[in-house]
Design a protein around this ligand. Structure first.
Ligand code: PLP
Length: 358
């Protein structure tokens, strides 16, 4: 194999168990974007075995795939679901987020009330992100429609914009609680209440409510600004050197006009932006060979890149290279590429083989 992604399921287990020590509530494992690029089925299978209470995904298609492969636990869809997908929602026992009156009206127009009644909903409440979610003013109409169509409402939630801003987070929490209390009263039942993502889970025990929704911490991304050593990367992205050559000073490297100022030994790697290695890391990123830093030189190509191995004592073709992992965290590459660690991770192409390590 020229490049592969090792997924350490034992570390996933450690991260999951660590989160369990941080909360007494249910855990919803967020595995959208193919499990943050790790491969949602293998991740889901392991987490189901570990006893996660629920999964969260973005789209129906992802849910259909996991059901087909045998995942049984409840799946909450966090994102947009068009009306033509509602049959599949019911068939695959998926739970929907209901986030606006317009969305509900679309469903009412396009499917029978029989079907509508069968759908399981969590109500998404807008508390400040202004992305999805009902506003305070929507409440009277929402309640009328819930009663009219006998909707099956099981839970409610909101999402924090920035847990580092304690004042804003508190305001979001308060608004959520107010909305939810009215909702529970009107529905005359208790709902599953959940507001915390990974960062919220670690920072605000008082806000855990009935369930926390944990994504990044499961995979070993750091949710808070401070390093938490209990959270370990579950992934190592590797490749092998495909070519080595000596290049003289004054010659050029890769596309563009990268001019080499001194003689160097250059290795070629069989990985590029088509594998999801960010092109923005051209001339900025680095890889590890036997623990040593090797800088990327010149523009990253579609499925190749060039690195400087001049300082290595011994290096040969087929030598193993680490592109991402415990000692080369996506947080570092994220900073170099002017983005966040999650972005670095979920861009890793699904066409790269995932090798499971137990
Ligand atoms: C992605 C997502 C999460 C998980 O967030 P992390 O920061 O990765 O833990 C939780 N809730 C919602 C609504 C999300 O979209």
């Amino acid at each position: 194999m020229e490049t592969w992604l090792e997924i350490n399921l034992k570390k996933l287990e450690n991260n999951y168990n660590y989160i369990k020590t941080k909360t007494n509530t249910k855990i919803c494992s967020v595995i959208k974007a193919d499990g943050y690029g790790m491969g949602s089925y293998d991740i889901a299978k392991k987490l189901e075995m570990l006893g996660t209470d629920m999964f969260a995904l973005a789209f129906v298609k992802e849910g259909e795939r996991l059901r087909k492969k045998g995942i049984k636990k409840d799946i909450l869809l966090l994102n947009f679901v068009s009306a033509e997908k509602l049959d599949s929602v019911i068939k695959n026992n998926l739970t929907l987020s209901l986030y606006s009156l317009e969305q509900l009206n679309l469903y009412v127009q396009k499917v029978s009330l029989e079907i509508l009644k069968k759908i399981k909903f969590h109500i998404k409440i807008n508390t400040g992100m202004n992305r999805l979610g009902f506003d305070k003013n929507d409440f009277p109409k929402l309640i009328k429609l819930i009663e009219k169509y006998e909707l099956n409402i099981l839970g409610s939630y909101c999402h924090f914009a920035d847990v580092n801003d304690e004042e804003f987070t508190k305001k979001q929490y308060k608004e959520y609680i107010e909305f939810n209390s009215k909702l529970e009263k009107a529905c005359n039942k208790k709902l599953i209440k959940h507001v915390c993502n990974s960062a919220g889970t670690l920072k605000y025990k008082a806000y855990h409510l009935d369930m926390v929704r944990v994504g990044m911490a499961l995979y070993g991304l750091q949710p808070l600004k401070t390093l938490d050593e209990n959270i370990e990367s579950i992934f190592t992205w590797k490749c092998k050197i495909s070519n080595i050559r000596k290049v003289e000073a004054g010659e050029r490297l890769s596309y563009g006009n990268y001019l080499l100022r001194e003689k160097k030994t250059i290795a070629t790697l069989p990985v590029g932006y088509a594998h999801g290695y960010m092109r923005q890391l051209s001339n900025k990123g680095y890889v590890l060979i036997k623990g040593e830093v090797c800088n990327i030189l010149g523009d990253i190509c579609m499925d190749q890149m060039l690195i400087d191995v001049s300082h290595l004592k011994e290096v040969e073709v087929e030598e193993e290279v680490i592109l991402l992992g415990e000692n080369l965290k996506p947080e570092i590459l994220g900073e170099l590429a002017n983005t966040i660690a999650d972005d670095i991770l979920c861009k890793i192409s699904p066409r790269i083989n995932r090798i499971l390590i137990n």
